[in-house]
Design a protein around this ligand. Structure first.
Ligand code: C2E
Ligand code: MG
Ligand code: MG
Length: 447
């Protein structure tokens, strides 16, 4: 016998094209069909209603850990729990691998929608039986409300997706109900995305360079490349804003290649002992072509790979550690050095320092900026330095702004430093000027 799920399904259930075979719930088509019908029912009666999308947090690792059979069992249990949580008016369907959608025809306000969604998360948070073991899951939910006859199912679902995206970004187990401000933020992101695409193809993103020094002697040992973009209409846009957008919207590859090409062209005329450091984004550590692209650029610009350092963050290693490890190993085999950026702020795991080989570690600015006032920061920095010494890694402290911070770091045995105290990021010409002064008399800079 077919299980029962919500309103008027005896007829619908017979239609396999509308059913998810694993959970017996309706599928994506069923969901769209139900919302379409409700929208036309409400044509003369403008009462709001709610749709929502549930995305399981951390389902993939569970699937990997317990196996696909167990993953399927969990999805079936999720389906049963959700179905049991629906009242006679409401419906729930499975619309993706670990995505479920619900329709609450009688939920009329944002507060009520959020409350109902929180209840579903609660229901899904209880442990799941997986053979002898149990597993735990959480879920994120995005909701949107139907207010006017102008809205189509697609618009409503897109809004719920946008809300879900905000929920996921703010952590696990969250509910977000779609708002106008979200729409404004989404529009701004799209404007930046379009302007950035144009700027990248027109070659308008520029590398700036910030000196990295030997703390004791104050000699420059290399520069970190930092992308800079000033748009014709938007003006200056910070990398803190455009880099994440470039990542999300799939522009990071071409952007990164453009900046690396310009940076290595500029660095060719620097004294040979200076290295060039370059940031890679997390999504680039999932793409096995990253290494090839980097090497092709070095080949074309004639920049020695042994003078290049790649900076990656712990977040970058987490998405797909095996893929990241392969890319890191390929780069290191070519003589490129690899450093761990922003250490201490991300989802730090000391285990990763065993699994991956890094040549250098960069201590995050957050610790350096509080080193003078804050005992814990001081202890953390000392512990990091001791650890790096044991592991044979170089260290650079980031964000040094005051002499007193530099002295304290030297006292603790920190070798390298970077920060406004030694120089702000500057464009290629200004950097060449800086080097001419710094290396005056020693040798000719910029042949
Ligand atoms: P990051 O790699 O940790 O770079 C250091 C950031 O700290 C830079 O910010 C730099 O300007 C800033 N900074 C350096 N010294 C000081 C200081 O003394 N005080 C203060 N307050 N700040 C200091 P920026 O240039 O805004 O870049 C932000 C982040 O954007 C970078 O953090 C990096 O993660 C990312 N980014 C920049 N360029 C690129 C790029 O070409 N590719 C990728 N994937 N990411 C990039
Ligand atoms: Mg960096
Ligand atoms: Mg950093």
């Amino acid at each position: 016998m077919q299980p029962s799920f919500g309103f008027d399904e005896t007829r619908e259930n017979t239609d396999l094209a509308f059913t998810d075979p694993l959970t017996g719930l309706g599928n994506h088509r069923r969901f769209f069909d139900k919302v379409d019908r409700l929208i036309s029912d409400r044509a003369d009666d403008p009462a709001p209603f709610t749709v929502g999308i549930i995305d399981l947090d951390g389902f993939k690792p569970i699937n990997d850990l317990f196996g696909h059979k167990a993953g399927d069992d969990i999805l079936i249990q999720v389906g049963m729990r959700l179905r049991a949580a629906m009242d006679g008016h409401s419906a729930v369907t499975r619309i993706g691998a670990d995505e479920f959608a619900f329709l609450y025809p009688m939920v009329f306000s944002e507060d009520a929608a959020a409350e109902r969604a929180r209840m579903l998360i609660e229901v899904l948070s209880a442990p799941y039986d997986v053979g002898e073991r149990t597993a735990r899951l959480s879920a994120s939910v995005g909701c949107s409300l139907f207010y006017s006859g102008d809205e189509t199912t697609e618009i409503l679902v897109n809004k719920a997706e946008t809300a879900l995206y905000h929920a996921k970004r703010s952590g696990r187990g969250r509910v977000v109900v779609y708002t106008r401000e979200m729409e404004e933020a989404a529009k701004r992101v799209t404007r930046i995305e379009q302007a950035l695409r144009r700027a990248v193809s027109a070659g308008e993103v520029e590398p700036h360079f910030q000196p990295i020094v030997d703390l004791k002697t104050r000699r420059v040992v290399g520069f970190e490349t930092l992308a800079r973009w000033t748009d014709r209409d938007l003006g200056f846009v910070s990398p803190v804003v455009f880099i994440p957008i470039a990542e999300e919207r799939g522009i990071i590859g071409p952007l990164s290649q453009l900046v690396l090409r310009k940076a290595t062209e500029a660095a060719r005329s620097w004294p040979e002992e200076l290295f060039l450091s370059f940031n890679l984004s997390p999504s680039q550590l999932v793409d096995q072509n990253t290494g090839l692209h980097i090497l092709a650029i070095l080949e074309r610009t004639g920049f020695d790979p042994r003078r290049l350092e790649i900076e990656i963050t712990e977040t970058g290693l987490m998405t797909d550690p095996a893929s990241a490890e392969k890319i890191v190993n390929d780069l290191r085999r070519c003589g490129i050095r690899v450093s761990l950026d922003d250490f201490g702020t991300g989802q730090s795991s000391l285990g990763r320092l065993r699994e991956f080989q890094f040549d250098k570690l960069k201590i995050d600015r957050a610790f350096v900026s509080s080193i003078l006032e804050d005992r814990p920061s001081e202890h953390i920095i000392r512990a990091i330095l001791a650890m790096c010494e044991g592991l044979g890694m170089d260290v650079v402290a980031e964000g040094i702004e005051q002499e007193a911070q530099a002295s304290r770091l030297i006292e603790f045995g920190c070798g390298g430093g970077q920060g406004y105290l030694f120089g702000k990021p500057a464009d290629a010409d200004a950097t060449l000027g800086y080097l001419r002064d710094a290396f005056r008399g020693a040798r000719r800079v910029g042949a």
